[in-house]
Structures are given as structure tokens and as C-alpha cells.
Design a binder for this molecule. Structure first.
Ligand SMILES: *Cc1c(COP(=O)(O)O)cnc(C)c1O
Length: 425
């Protein structure tokens, strides 16, 4: 399709867009009385209007039933989390028994590492990406320390090549080969939070297994954004947060995946009563008997008030379906890229999109290097109703989230960007 950088063309794309109607299902902040252009759904998704009724339902049940709500609420609390298994499994490409919701992301990765990072004297190394998300780096260091190994020996980072922004698949595979028999675990962010690069999870998982290692994925920027086939890719474990693309609210509950092949294994884990045999849970027996499946990794009874908004979101995702989300995502991201290229021709500055150009290697994010621009441009954007984020030295990350961003937003953004560059120079 030949794009045009005009309002009428953008409006035409919106008119053809089946998902356009979902835009009115979200609350948008306002700047100077006007609804913002929201590009930070990769950091905190907007609030769906339907979410409040899910929370109100729990508040009402609590008011009216108190402890009886555990069993007699409309959606009883004792098994509230089971409502996620089927819809969430479709979003991440899993069997219902392979997914559950609990805790928060870094906590879940720690708990999963208890089961899946089992270093020995000869096989103790972890492969991760260079400049992984800071929480992941602290997690690796503390886990390795906890097991008595030296982080600088045990943690092996895959580097970008000089002058390149993205990590090459061949370099990941070469590193797995090189570490070989010393490799215990590969754990990488499936979508890089800074560049938006999507890794070839299928190929990397297979290579890790061939080296005799376990392979897990941090899917913070992947869940609700890209097509995942965790079961078929034979991924051992994964976890994600729900407040980015999944729109479930600040700091909200995390999802995790544990492949079926591990459900019968007697893996070590940090246990709690919510992972115990459901028929016998309230018999308060002394001996832990894990539920078969991902639920067996549950620890505490669940924070129902935080699951409620996540359930609202998961149900919306299932209504729409990942295929429709991905189809629009590809189109709107390509349109944003086109608008940036057009504006680039009209102004002195140069924009360098550091996210891969190949749609198979990116999701809903373009990270843009603004050569010659400073923070004042970012401030101009924020003051003029474009919510984006700024990463040193001068990168803005733009996520045109398909559920609530419009093609016209992309056009408007281009115009505001152009005015901003002209006014800050
Ligand atoms: C957002 C993000 C996190 C956040 O972790 P929390 O435990 O939810 O605070 C972790 N890892 C990656 C890669 C992220 O992008």
C-alpha cells in the first residue's frame, strides 16, 4: 500500500480499521483540554472503561458477603484465577494448564529460577542480552550470588556489534555454542525494551536445548504485543507483566508459563498453600502436594482486587483476538515509520529508527534516535499532548498501540514533531 502523509489519508485508514471502535473503550489523559496521543502503552497501558465494573464487582461482593465471597461471590475468589487459564493461554500460545497469574514479574522470574536455574560445578552459566532490563540484571546477579558463583563468570552477555543497534541471531547462536556444556540457562527479553527488537524465540529455544540448557523468556514487552507460540516453541518457562500492553493497571499481577513437559517432574520450588492440591487445600495438611500444572507454582491466595482489572483486559483481548491486533499493529507501525520518514525530509534533523525495519523482527514499538535534538524537543512534545518517553542520550520510544491509537494520531504526531523541531532550533 502506498501511504500518504495527509490527514484525509489517515482518516481513510481509520475508517477501514475494524479495531477503531475500541478506541472509545479507553480513558485518555488530556493536555490543554485535548485527548493526548499516547505512545507509552509499552510502559503503562491505558485504562479500559470496562475495568472499573470488574473492580466494583469485587468491592460489592466484599461489602455484601465478606468472607463468604470466597465461595459465594458471582466470581468466587478461591478459584478466581482459574478464569485466566483459557483466555490467557490463547494470548501466549499455550495450553490452559501451562499458564497462571500470580505475584509480579521479577518475583515470578525469581520463583521460576528456583525451579529452572539449577547450577552445578560444571554447568552454571546464564546467557542473557547485553543491557538487559535493570531488574533482570539484578535478578541474575543475586541468583548467581545466592548459588555461590561469581556473577562476572556465570553471567554471559550477548553483545551488539560495534555500530549496530540490534543483536544478531547468528551471534546469539554462536554464544550458545561457545558456552556449550557450561550453559545452564538462557533467559532473554523476548522483545527488547529499548530497541523493540523481537528475538527469534523458536530458534534460540531450540539452540539452547541442543546445548543441554533450559530456556526461559521475559515477555514484559511481548505479551499482548506479538504472536507467541510458547508451547510449540518448547519454551521451558516464561513470565510477563500485565500493565504494559495488557492494560491491567500500574504494578499489576504477572502471568507465567511453565511447559507441560515439566508438570510431572519433581522440580524444586518455593511452595505455598495456593499451589497445594485443590481438593485438600482446606484440610490444612502438613505435606505439600503440588497441583499439576502452572498453578502448582502458586504461593499465596490471590490479590483479587488486582486480578479484576487483568481479567477485564484479558477478556477484551480475547474478544478482539491476537491476529487482528497484530494485523493492525503492523499497519499502524508501518504508517508511523512512513510519517517519520516524511517529516525527516522536511526538517534539518535526522531521525534514525533503531528498531529493525523487518516487521517480523519488531512489534508495536519504534525507537527513534533524534540526532542533533535535545530534551527540549521531548518537553515540547509532552506540552503539546504527545505522551512518549525519553531515554538517554536522545532516544524516544513510540508505541502505537493498536487497541487505542488511531492512524490520525500518527499524522497529528508528525505535524507536532515538525513544529517542535522548528520551534526548539
Ligand atoms: C517492565 C519490565 C520489567 C518490570 O518488572 P516488574 O517486576 O514488573 O517491576 C521487567 N523486565 C522487563 C524486560 C521489563 O520490560
Amino acid at each position: 500500500m502506498q501511504f500518504q502523509n495527509t490527514r484525509s489519508f489517515a482518516q481513510e485508514l481509520d475508517a477501514q480499521d475494524d479495531l477503531h471502535k475500541y478506541r472509545s473503550e479507553f480513558h485518555f489523559p488530556k493536555v490543554k483540554g485535548k485527548q493526548v496521543i499516547y505512545f507509552t502503552g509499552n510502559s503503562l497501558g491505558l485504562q479500559p472503561k470496562r475495568t472499573k465494573s470488574y473492580i466494583d464487582e469485587v468491592m460489592n461482593d466484599w461489602a455484601n458477603l465478606a468472607v463468604e465471597g470466597h465461595f459465594y461471590a458471582d466470581k468466587p475468589w478461591w478459584d478466581y484465577h482459574e478464569r485466566f487459564a483459557t483466555p490467557l493461554s490463547k494470548i501466549v500460545g499455550a495450553l490452559p494448564s501451562e499458564v497462571t497469574v500470580m505475584n509480579t514479574l521479577t518475583v515470578n522470574l525469581h520463583l521460576l529460577m528456583v525451579s529452572f536455574y539449577r547450577p552445578t560445578k560444571t554447568r552454571y552459566k546464564i546467557i542473557c542480552e547485553e543491557k538487559a532490563f535493570p531488574s533482570d540484571q539484578y535478578m541474575f546477579q543475586s541468583q548467581v550470588d545466592f548459588h555461590g558463583y561469581a556473577p562476572n563468570e556465570a553471567i554471559v552477555e550477548i553483545k551488539r556489534r560495534e555500530g549496530e543497534h540490534n543483536i544478531r541471531l547468528e551471534d546469539v547462536l554462536a554464544k550458545i555454542d561457545e558456552v556449550g556444556e557450561e550453559l545452564a540457562l538462557v533467559l532473554i527479553g523476548g522483545v527488547n525494551y529499548y530497541t523493540g527488537q523481537v528475538f527469534d524465540m523458536k530458534t534460540i529455544t531450540e539452540a539452547g536445548h541442543n546445548a543441554g540448557a533450559i530456556v526461559g523468556w521475559d515477555l514484559a514487552h511481548a505479551a499482548g504485543n506479538i504472536k507467541l507460540e510458547l508451547h510449540d516453541w518448547n519454551v521451558d518457562f516464561a513470565s510477563w507483566c500485565s500493565y504494559k500492553y495488557m492494560n491491567s493497571g500500574p504494578g499489576n499481577a504477572s502471568g507465567c508459563f511453565i511447559h507441560e513437559k515439566h508438570h510431572n517432574a519433581s522440580l524444586p520450588r518455593f511452595a505455598g498453600w495456593w499451589g497445594h492440591n485443590k481438593e485438600r487445600r482446606f484440610k490444612m495438611e502438613p505435606q505439600f502436594d503440588a497441583v499439576k500444572g502452572a498453578e502448582g507454582w502458586q504461593v499465596s491466595n490471590l490479590p483479587i482486587l488486582s486480578l479484576a482489572p487483568y481479567l477485564a483486559s484479558v477478556e477484551m483481548f480475547n474478544e478482539v483476538g491476537m491476529d487482528a491486533i497484530i494485523e493492525k499493529r503492523n499497519k499502524i507501525t508501518a504508517y508511523l515509520e512512513f510519517v517519520l520518514q516524511e517529516i525527516d525530509k522536511e526538517v534539518d534533523s535526522t531521525f534514525e529508527i533503531i528498531t529493525p525495519a523487518n516487521p517480523a523482527e519488531r512489534g508495536c514499538q519504534l525507537s527513534v534516535f533524534l540526532h542533533g535534538e535535545g530534551r527540549s524537543l521531548f518537553d515540547y512534545l509532552m506540552q503539546n499532548g504527545v505522551i512518549t518517553d525519553w531515554r538517554e542520550p536522545n532516544v524516544i520510544r513510540l508505541a502505537p498501540v493498536p487497541l487505542y491509537c488511531s492512524f490520525e494520531d500518527m499524522y497529528d504526531f508528525g505535524q507536532i514533531l515538525k513544529q517542535g523541531i522548528q520551534s526548539v532550533h
